[in-house]
Design a protein. Structure first.
Length: 132
């Protein structure tokens, strides 16, 4: 992506503390961060705003993040948007389930804030290369 274009990220997480932390870290690194507090609202926001990437919490009360990812990955308008799973579940089979659902990457909680922006940039750049 162009160096002077702010990358747009949609953060979907039901935990306000996690949302505030991730949003503050990414905005501090120059990202334009939008938030949704549940999966259904996040899906609608993704459809409307078409962000460059989505950070998806996997455990939410209304719908889990893998189900939301599958929905986004099957729709033509959102299937190109990379989804990064954020979860406390870090076993190899958890990671495999994330990839099978269509996630581009898996980040363990607690999030390593020192690496977060680099991971998000890398995933966005990889997705941009695939579409060009």
């Amino acid at each position: 992506m162009s160096g002077n274009t702010r990358m747009r990220v949609l953060l979907i997480d039901d935990d306000p503390v996690n949302r505030e932390l991730v949003q503050a870290v990414l905005e501090g690194e120059g990202f334009d961060v939008r938030v949704a507090s549940d999966a259904a609202g996040g899906i609608e926001r993704a459809r409307r705003e078409l962000p460059d990437a989505i950070l998806m919490d996997l455990q939410m009360p209304d719908m889990d993040g893998l189900q939301a990812t599958r929905i986004l990955q099957t729709e033509p308008d959102t299937s190109h948007i990379p989804v990064i799973a954020i979860t406390a579940h870090v076993r190899p089979d958890d990671q495999a389930r994330c990839l099978e659902a269509g996630c581009a990457r898996h980040i363990a909680k607690p999030v390593d804030t020192r690496k977060l922006s680099d991971i998000v940039r890398h995933v966005i750049d990889e997705a941009a290369e695939r579409t060009t």
